[in-house]
Design a protein around this ligand. Structure first.
Ligand code: SAH
Length: 401
């Protein structure tokens, strides 16, 4: 008996096979034609309806995404851990080569690193892992991840950050966030020379928005004068603007986020060109409406709202929301003023986002020069063929008149 005989097989429909052949890694449950008995989280071999092998994948018994392709080879169970270890090495090497001026970055980004179901973020000496699928919850795989992190980042601590909702969706037993190794659960970290607090076991779900790291630096290259940062969270953009602007106002609806932002401000005061940052707890939609109606003016405005379009269905409503925000911001920018506008909705594609911005500028009677069309930082790579890995848009523009 070959070692492969023990691996269950999944036959996918022609549509599922086409999806894999076009470079995607996912096959939905509706595209599974036939399968052996499949334990949750198992390694499976994938075949098309003609019986041709398409590769090896990880199976979920709960998710609509029934399988996530790992490799186009048919591998044996005892090769799985070795493959995961090698992919982790590759991911770490890529970040070491490409991330500069920061001690923090996403070490592993799931599909984008061909490790579908695993995220690891590095905040200085604190690593935070998130398991998103049944397969990565399996003990030998967890162990391999922990060992590799210890090997690559000696002296660091590793936390397992649990999103209860994700565990529930994957039908995994409830579990608390916990320390995997090391002592630390909080630390200070640096992005582009700007310092931040990170508390790995605090309520805030995501830690920092590491995907905006290079966009913070880009924004600071053009920012000037009086600045307004809407949806500031813990001050990501605002703290970068405070190094180059004369005045910074930052808005968020979350008080706990603003409390961390103020603590972050204290860490960076020495490098600030403005006096205190004005942190305002408010609904950004209301504030922008009030301020623009009152005729307030700024030289730099950042808009980085949460994902408005959670699904294709809500796309229209989402675009209306983006347009409202951008229109108000454009009305308030002085000539030469800079708008940094972001969307982290995967469903809002770049052309639609650009069209929204054009329409907002036309309605505001402003003419815009597009300075940069940006995406997520390099440690959040895009995997060709998997559009879901390309979700962040950050457009920098300047009001000409
Ligand atoms: N710019 C931030 C990330 C923003 S995340 C950074 O770079 O770190 C989105 C933020 O929007 C969250 O902090 C959330 O509290 C806030 N938020 C959501 N709805 C809001 C609203 N209507 N008005 C103001 N803030 C809101």
């Amino acid at each position: 008996m070959s070692p492969h005989d023990s691996i269950p097989t999944v036959t996918v429909s022609p549509r599922g096979a086409q999806r894999l052949k076009s470079g995607h890694l996912w096959v939905y449950r509706s595209d599974i034609a036939r399968s052996d008995e499949l334990p949750p989280g198992s390694l499976v071999h994938v075949r098309d309806h003609r019986g041709r092998t398409l590769g090896s994948a990880l199976y979920s018994s709960a998710s609509q995404i029934a399988i996530r392709l790992l490799t186009s080879r048919a591998i044996a169970e005892d090769e799985l851990v070795a493959l995961v270890r090698q992919r982790i090495d590759d991911a770490v090497r890529f970040r070491r080569q490409n991330v500069h001026d920061s001690d923090s970055y996403r070490v592993i980004f799931s599909e984008a690193d061909l490790l579908p179901g695993l995220i690891v973020d590095k905040y200085n000496d604190l690593l935070a892992m998130q398991v998103l699928t049944q397969a990565f919850d399996r003990e030998p795989i967890r162990q391999a991840v922990a060992e590799k992190m210890r090997e690559h980042y000696s002296g660091a601590s590793l936390l397992d950050r649990v999103d209860p909702h994700i565990r529930e969706l994957e039908q995994l037993a409830p579990q608390e966030s916990q320390v995997v190794f090391g002592e630390k659960t909080s630390t200070l970290f640096t992005l582009n020379g700007v310092r931040f607090h990170f508390d790995g076991l605090a309520g805030q779900k995501t830690g920092a928005f590491l995907d905006q790291r290079e966009n913070y630096a880009a924004a600071a290259r053009y920012a000037h004068g009086e600045a307004l940062d809407c949806f500031t969270y813990q001050g990501g953009f605002a703290l970068h603007l405070a190094r180059v602007c004369g005045a910074v106002t930052a808005v968020d609806a979350s008080r706990p986020a603003l409390e961390v932002a103020e603590k972050n401000e204290q860490l960076n005061r020495d490098a600030h060109t403005c006096s205190e940052i004005d942190w305002i707890e408010a609904n950004a939609f209301d504030l922008l409406k009030d301020y623009s109606t009152a005729g307030r003016q700024y030289d730099t405005i950042v808009l980085d709202p949460p994902a408005f379009a959670k699904s294709k269905r809500t796309l229209e409503t989402a675009l209306r929301g983006y347009k409202e925000l951008n229109l108000r911001a454009l009305m308030m920018l002085r000539p030469g003023g800079v708008l940094v506008t972001c969307s982290c909705s995967f469903h809002v594609e770049q052309p639609a986002f650009s069209a929204m911005l054009n329409a907002a500028a036309a309605d505001a009677g402003r003419r815009l020069r597009i300075l940069e069309n940006r995406g997520a930082a390099v440690d959040h790579p895009v995997l060709a063929g998997v559009p879901e890995t390309s979700y962040l848009k950050c457009m920098l523009s300047q009001v000409i008149e």
